[in-house]
Design a protein around this ligand. Structure first.
Ligand code: HEM
Length: 147
């Protein structure tokens, strides 16, 4: 099994990186949508339009990308035995954090749809920095492998 995975390793890694890009693009877009969504009155037609846009972004881009990134990442780690390496442990923590952020955004989307606005526009803009910082950290960990 591991020999077959080694033969297609470069393809698996290419797929991993492609879906990382899709996932990150979605994670950057969704809080941006929220900023505009919050400005619409809870029972307005505009509220329904933004809810639908967010639902589609989650359903078509974000959720499938999260799954593919995790599956291919775990297969890559299994193939090389990276589970025992320090950088992989740190990457795991960072990626778990990013997945929790994804879950929080999915929850906030439901809150907005119900008419709740618990964060300010400024807080949402600040939130938007999370995926950028996490991605920079993860790429350094995986490319430099500092430990
Ligand atoms: C979801 C869980 C994830 C797991 C289990 C995982 C695991 C892995 C593994 C084992 C490799 C091969 C590293 C090597 O041996 O050189 C890899 C490559 C890579 N990963 Fe992930 N990864 C995950 C998510 C992510 C995320 C979220 C990002 C970016 C934000 C990312 C970016 C990369 C990049 C850029 C590479 C290519 C590194 C290189 O070839 O030099 N990964 N990943």
């Amino acid at each position: 099994m591991q020999e077959v995975l080694f033969m297609i390793y470069a393809w698996l890694k290419a797929g991993h990186i492609i879906f990382v890009i899709f996932w990150m693009a979605g994670l950057f877009m969704l809080p941006r949508y929220f900023v505009y969504h919050q400005e619409a009155a809870p029972d307005s037609p505009e509220n329904a339009v933004w809810t639908d846009r967010e639902r589609k972004l989650l359903k078509i881009i974000l959720n499938p990308s999260l799954i593919v990134v995790w599956v291919l990442g775990l297969v890559l780690a299994y193939t090389t035995g990276a589970f025992t390496q320090g950088w992989m442990h740190a990457k795991f923590l960072a990626v778990l954090g990013l997945s929790a952020y994804h879950g929080y955004l999915a929850g906030y989307h439901k809150k907005l749809a119900r008419g709740e606005r618990s964060l300010t526009g400024k807080q949402l803009r600040l939130f938007n920095e999370v995926p950028g910082i996490a991605a920079a950290l993860i790429v350094v960990l995986v490319v430099i492998k500092p430990f």
